[in-house]
Every structure is written in structure tokens, then in C-alpha cells.
Design a binder for this molecule. Structure first.
Ligand code: NAP
Length: 330
């Protein structure tokens, strides 16, 4: 029988693609959501497969009692859920508690289930590079100091470290534990599977806001970026490849950083003449960083041939239009 794969936070931007890639490869998926009554999100998720292939259940990262039942008969876990806010938070625990305690709640339940063979954890390249990168090439062996990071970065570093420690501690005690593989995506772009009126994730909003007239100047920052479909595929590959076990995998289309100005310029080329008011001027406030990230594990171990940036952006905007998320600016 095909694997029963648990995907946490299944209604999120990335998680919907993770659900999709497992379904498309013939697996059964159990997806967790916080609220089964969030009709818009649930409808979009349910449209990915019929009920006998995709089961949706409620679970909150902060409620450790919600996880043991969710693990029943699960052999593989993709732990994707974690808050990714679009603005700074006042209290870092708003992010750290669901990221760190939530990861431990999921891992404990996976461990206790005795059926889970592998966990694929969604971390971030923030847990490799941090927020103030030096001008050098970073690799998966780099770890920034969590205490020098903004709350989101800290939440991702602490959660990933806790996952590696969890597995190591069990091994030291000679206890049989699931295999762990970690995916560290850079800034994720590419088509959304969300529909109208869904509360969009940070990645989706960043690009949508460049086209809907809500920003006058292009925010000044640069990031390594990747396509959401490549990140979902990375989770799928990491779930089955033996070489992925015990490893982190930085995911990015190219090792170099891309600025929001370069992104806006690409968008302007294809969509500027179609009635979208995309800003051309970059904000003077902000910062451009120089560090890059080695993506050779993604290319050579996971065997992912990344989707080119222009394609990623074009497919992303077209998905906004098709899903009724983008109206032309007044
Ligand atoms: P998203 O659309 O905002 O998804 C976040 C998910 O986390 C949502 O499904 C949300 O559930 C869930 N979640 C948050 N708090 C929760 C809680 N207390 N209990 C249960 N679920 C909770 O963001 P995303 O971009 O897809 O991010 C998904 C993962 O990728 C995160 O781990 C993020 O750190 C990582 N990541 C994202 C990027 C990026 O550029 N987008 C880059 C690197 C890593 P609800 O649907 O119930 O709100």
C-alpha cells in the first residue's frame, strides 16, 4: 500500500504544493489545518483530491494533545507548519512557541507512534545564513547565532536545532527513532494554489503587492529565491532518498541573491503593459546584502533542476489572475 503521509499546516502556501506532489505521485495524504471551518482554505485544499486520497484533520502546534491521534498509521511526516509573518512581531514567543514547541510536539507524537519512519522538516536558509550575511558563500554546515537574529530567524534556527537534538538524544539512548531530513528553502515564489478571499502567506503577498498598486516604491532588499514547486519536490525527494537522511538541503534557483528591484523589472517586462501598475523606483531605505548560498546538494543529491526565475514569476502572477486574487490597479 502507498505511504500515508502527514503534512502539517496543509492549507499554507508551500504545504498545499507539498500535499499536491505526494498526491500526484499516488500517495495518501493526511493534512492538518487549524480550523476545518475556514471554508475558503479548505475548499482549495479539498479540490486537490478526492476524500479517499486526502483526509483533513484539525491540529494546533501549540496543543500537544492534538498530535498523537493525527499520527495514526502515518509512515512519513512533512512538518511544514510554522508561522511566517509579514511584519515584525512585538513578542518573539508568538513565533518561537509554535515553531519550537510545535516541532517538538510533532516529533514526540511521530516518535511515540512507532509507525513513522521518516520526518522531513521545513526549515529555512535563514537557519544557514541569518539576517546579516557576510560576503561569502554559505553552505549547509553554517549555523547563525540565534540570539543575533530577528524573531522569525530565531524561531526557525531553534526549531531546526531542536529537531536534530531530538534525534541525536534518542540515538544516544539506543532508542529506535525515525530518520530526519531537513529542507532549507530560500524565499519561496511561484504559483499559488489558494483561491479568492484566502488570507495569503507572506511570500504571496510580497509579489501580489507589487502588482495591485499597494506599494509605491520597490522595497530595497535582496534574497536568494526558489520556486514553490521545486521546494515541494525537494520534500518529496527527501522523503525517499537515503542520501537525504541526516542532511540539510538549501533550496535556491541560483546561489546569488536577487533584489526586489530585479523582480519588479521582470514583472514589468511581462505584465507592465497589461494594465498592472508595477513600481519602477526602488526605496532608498533598506539594504542589499552580498552573501550567496551553495545549492549543489539540491542539484546533485536531490537531483532538482530548478525552474528559471522568469518562469517562476510569470506562473505566480498568472495564478493570482486565474484564482481571482489580483485585480488591475486603479
Ligand atoms: P504560510 O502560507 O503562512 O503557511 C504557514 C502555515 O503554518 C499555515 O498553514 C499555518 O496554518 C501554519 N501554522 C502557523 N501557526 C500554526 C499553529 N499554531 N498551529 C498549526 N499550524 C500553524 O507560509 P509558507 O510560506 O507556506 O511557510 C511554510 C513553511 O515554509 C514555514 O515553515 C516557513 O517557515 C517555511 N519557509 C517559508 C519561506 C517562504 O519564503 N515562504 C522560506 C523559507 C521557509 P493556518 O493555515 O491554520 O494559518
Amino acid at each position: 500500500m502507498s505511504e500515508l503521509v502527514l503534512v502539517t499546516g496543509a492549507g499554507g502556501y508551500l504545504a498545499m504544493h507539498v500535499v499536491n506532489v505526494f498526491l500526484q505521485n499516488g500517495h495518501r495524504v493526511r493534512g492538518t489545518v487549524r480550523n476545518l471551518n475556514d471554508i475558503k482554505k479548505i475548499e482549495a485544499l479539498r479540490s486537490l483530491a478526492s476524500e479517499d486520497r486526502l483526509e483533513l484533520v484539525e491540529a494546533d502546534l501549540l496543543n500537544k494533545n492534538s498530535w498523537p491521534a493525527v499520527m495514526k498509521d502515518v509512515t512519513l511526516v512533512c512538518h511544514v507548519a510554522s508561522p511566517f509573518p509579514s511584519a515584525p512581531v512585538q513578542d518573539e514567543n508568538i513565533l518561537i512557541r509554535p515553531a519550537l514547541d510545535g516541532t517538538l510536539n510533532v516529533l514526540n507524537a511521530a516518535y511515540e507512534s512507532k509507525t513513522v519512519k521518516r520526518v522531513v522538516l521545513t526549515s529555512s536558509t535563514i537557519a544557514i545564513v541569518g539576517y546579516t550575511p557576510e560576503n561569502r558563500v554559505y553552505t549547509e554546515s553554517d549555523w547563525p547565532n540565534p540570539d543575533t537574529q530577528f524573531a522569525y530567524g530565531k524561531s526557525k534556527i531553534l526549531a531546526e536545532k531542536a529537531a536534530w537534538d531530538f534525534v541525536e538524544d534518542k540515538k544516544k539512548l539506543n532508542q529506535k527513532v525515525f530518520e530526519l531530513s531537513v529542507i532549507n528553502p530560500s524565499f519561496i515564489l511561484g504559483p499559488t494554489l489558494h483561491g479568492q478571499e484566502t488570507v495569503l502567506g507572506t511570500s504571496e503577498s510580497r509579489v501580489l503587492n507589487l502588482l495591485d498598486g499597494s506599494v509605491e516604491k520597490i522595497p530595497k532588499f535582496n534574497v536568494c529565491l526558489c520556486d514553490v514547486r521545486d521546494v515541494a519536490l525537494a520534500h518529496y525527494k527527501a522523503a525517499f532518498l537515503q542520501e537525504a537522511v541526516g542532511q540539510r538541503h538549501a533550496i535556491m534557483t541560483i546561489p546569488e541573491r536577487v533584489s526586489m528591484k530585479e523582480i519588479a523589472d521582470i514583472l514589468n517586462e511581462e505584465f507592465g503593459h497589461k494594465g498592472f501598475k508595477i513600481p519602477k523606483e526602488e526605496d532608498t531605505n533598506g539594504m542589499l546584502s552580498k552573501g550567496s548560498v551553495d545549492n549543489s546538494r539540491m542539484l546533485n543529491v536531490l537531483g532538482i533542476n530548478p525552474i528559471p526565475i522568469k518562469q517562476t514569476l510569470s506562473d505566480m502572477v498568472n495564478s493570482f489572475i486565474q484564482n481571482g486574487l489580483l485585480k488591475k490597479a486603479e
